[in-house]
Design a protein. Structure first.
Length: 406
């Protein structure tokens, strides 16, 4: 019988590229959170900001163009800077199977350089995913206009894109939350995306999910949702699934998705019914003909009693975005889930007609008489892939437009 060479590296190589000041901050957050299994690369025209990056590799783009200064909110400068450093960028992305690109849209360096970097990665056959932020409304129409133009250009160069409008922070962050911690919520979306995919690739499962499954869902997919939920205790499957598909920061919800990769991890106490419940919640709002790739694994790193649900969703209706009212915030979610039992008791005693937490979030458009399982006949067929068993506290951490000049 043929033997498998144990020295063959079976894990896909992932590189995360932060461009500009916002991209640098996102990378620093991930590095501080000790995300492993990926390579970090920071690109910037601003040498002072680049100096504060914790990335493995730093590339000063546009040396001759900006002389070490920023792009001055001019995307053409960022674009030219990336083109000037094209050979170095091509070399640094070489060998990757998947690349994440992070930047803040609306400025000069990230907005202009990100599409060039994405194009260079795609030309090498690398699965390329962008995670970007859009500026606050109070930053003015011109910055928003630049961001929209940059977003359209970037979308045409990547396989999938996750968009975070900064205005969402105003609706979910408590008034007492510091500016740095508020922006950290955006950085956390990128961390979850990168770490979630890295875990899917590197942790073998009973029903295994590998890089080709991820590629099937994300290649040339357009808008994407990536979420991770971890919960314990009573109704942990419901809590984890809810958290995974309802990030209030993202521009889209899972409604209508035609491609879903669902991975559920837990300990020896993970039950079949919990897996089924999590899968039901995730798939119920997807397109009825959605392709669903499903896997399970045992993760020794999880705390005792924890269960993790990881979701990647793509294939959304054209120009679809969700409004904040279509989902609960993370803060509302945690409060509501804690009250689920109380609500159920009230329903049983017929003292209220209020819908369950599940219906409030997953089926926002249904009327008050809808039942939690009203869509059960439309659940997409699940495809099981069984191919194998398994602080930087300085002023630079603040976005450029809010910095106080030295």
């Amino acid at each position: 019988m043929a033997k498998i060479n144990q020295n063959i590296e079976s894990f896909a190589r992932i590189k995360v590229i932060g461009i500009g000041g916002s991209g640098k901050n996102a990378l620093n957050h991930m590095i501080s959170e000790k995300v492993h299994g990926v390579e970090f690369i920071c690109l910037n025209t601003d040498t002072q900001d680049l100096h504060n990056s914790l990335a493995d590799k730093k590339i000063h783009i546009g040396k001759n163009l900006t002389k070490g200064l920023g792009a001055g909110m001019n995307p053409d400068v960022g674009k030219t800077a990336a083109e000037e450093t094209k050979a170095e960028i091509q070399d640094v992305v070489k060998g990757a199977e998947m690349t994440f690109i992070s930047c803040g849209l609306g400025g000069g360096t990230g907005t202009g350089a990100a599409p060039i970097v994405a194009k260079l990665a795609k030309e090498q056959g690398i699965l390329t995913v962008a995670v970007v932020t859009k500026p606050f409304s109070f930053e003015g129409r011109e910055r928003s206009r630049i961001a929209e133009i940059g977003l359209a250009e970037l979308e045409s160069q990547v396989d999938a894109i996750i968009v975070i409008p900064n205005d969402r922070l105003l609706s979910i962050a408590p008034k007492e939350m510091s500016l740095k911690n508020a922006f950290g919520l955006c950085d956390e979306v990128l961390r979850q995306a990168v770490e979630g995919i890295s875990d899917l690739i590197t942790i073998p499962g009973d029903i295994n999910v590998d890089f080709n499954d991820i590629k099937t869902i994300m290649q040339n997919a357009g808008s994407a949702l990536m979420g991770v939920g971890v919960a314990s205790g009573e109704k942990r499957a419901e809590k984890a699934a809810f958290e995974a598909i309802n990030s209030p920061l993202l521009e889209i919800s899972i409604n209508g998705a035609k491609g879903i990769l669902l991975s559920i991890a837990g300990g020896d106490d993970l039950t079949l019914h919990e897996v089924a419940e999590a899968a039901r919640i995730v798939t119920e709002s997807a397109d009825k003909d959605a392709k669903v790739i499903f896997g399970t694994s045992k993760d020794e790193r999880l705390k005792k009693g924890d269960m993790r649900v990881t979701v990647i969703a793509t294939g959304f209706p054209s120009n679809y975005t969700s409004s904040p009212s279509e989902r609960k915030t993370l803060f509302d979610a945690s409060r509501n889930i804690q009250n689920t039992t109380k609500i159920d008791e009230e329903k049983d005693s017929k003292k209220t007609t209020k819908k369950s937490i599940y219906n409030q979030v997953i089926s926002p458009d249904e009327d008050e008489d809808s039942t939690p399982m009203s869509k059960k006949d439309e659940l997409p067929e699940i495809i099981i892939d069984d191919s194998m068993d398994d602080d930087i506290e300085d002023w630079n951490a603040i976005p450029a437009f809010l910095r106080r000049k030295k």
